[in-house]
Design a protein around this ligand. Sequence first.
Ligand code: NAD
Length: 322
Amino acid sequence: MKALRTGVIGVGHLGRFHAQKYQKISQLQGVFDTDFARAEDVAKELGCAAFTSMEELLAQVDAISVVTPTIHHYAATLAAVAKGVHCLVEKPFTYSLAEADDLLLRARENGVLVAVGQIERAQVVMQHLRGLGFASPRYIEAERLAPFKPRSLDVDVIMDLMIHDLDLVMMLCGSRVAEVRAVGVAAVTEQADMANAWVTLGNGSVANLAASRVVREAARRMRIFWPDRYASVDFLLNRLTFYRKGPGAVPGIPGVLEEVVELAPQDALEEEIRSFLAAIAGQGSVLCTGQEGRDALDAALGVGQAVKRFLETSSQSSAKGS
Ligand code: NAD
């Protein structure tokens, strides 16, 4: 992995962290950003080159991260794929499904790897849970609540936050979203800032997902139900709590056994980038494939459409009522 030559396109808030990880575990050649002063700052910090054109950077690397605003993911990834450069594209993969499908096709034609930065797969609680090899849960509840930040406002809260849980739900169930009911509210921006979705998967499992980017206190939790057990997942505390029937002593719930698993924090971004570089070197697989990133986008767009329909109907009914 140390031998791989890498770069980052778009070194704003998150892109700078990508560049730091590449510098640690590969040969970071340089960065490109349409804001050249920003590229120079990051290049100076990490001792690499600040390129004045994306093409110059692409000519010198084996792999890159695309960490521009979502609207530019397609053009940057297309340019990289055309040059035979492997890409880790931040989430959401692209802005539209047509763009995602086109990139997947071109990646296949050019024999390059395209991975998507659905970083919640790299959280230590998810990796632990997956390692247990349980069958598909029947029901999942998730909440992902974040204080307002003036970033990622080119997309709604579904593409910004809920997409993480849609992706995890599909991963845990091994099935894609088949049916969606959703509501949402535009609280601060012009797009939905809070949303609640009820999704049914192809295998019959169900998930209820809540997301908000305008709360005072952050929460990232998931409750996962199987016929014989239940897991409560806290992504912020790196804690998994399992409950199952047995000779336990949970106060107030007779006959239920509780097991708490506290995990050491893990650098999820480094884990994601390590898997990407290892997969290029033929040593394992990426955490989220381009196809899985495309499926997460598809699900998020479906929820977004349901929310838009809700917002339209509720504004029509309030107009009639007034
Ligand atoms: P940001 O605005 O801080 O940074 C974006 C950078 O891209 C800026 O420096 C900008 O100058 C540069 N840029 C814009 N257009 C460009 C282009 N065509 N070519 C090269 N550079 C360009 O945004 P951010 O918060 O770092 O988000 C970037 C991406 O990362 C978004 O797609 C966002 O959805 C994603 N993101 C993912 C997560 C996650 O949990 N995985 C978290 C935050 C952001």
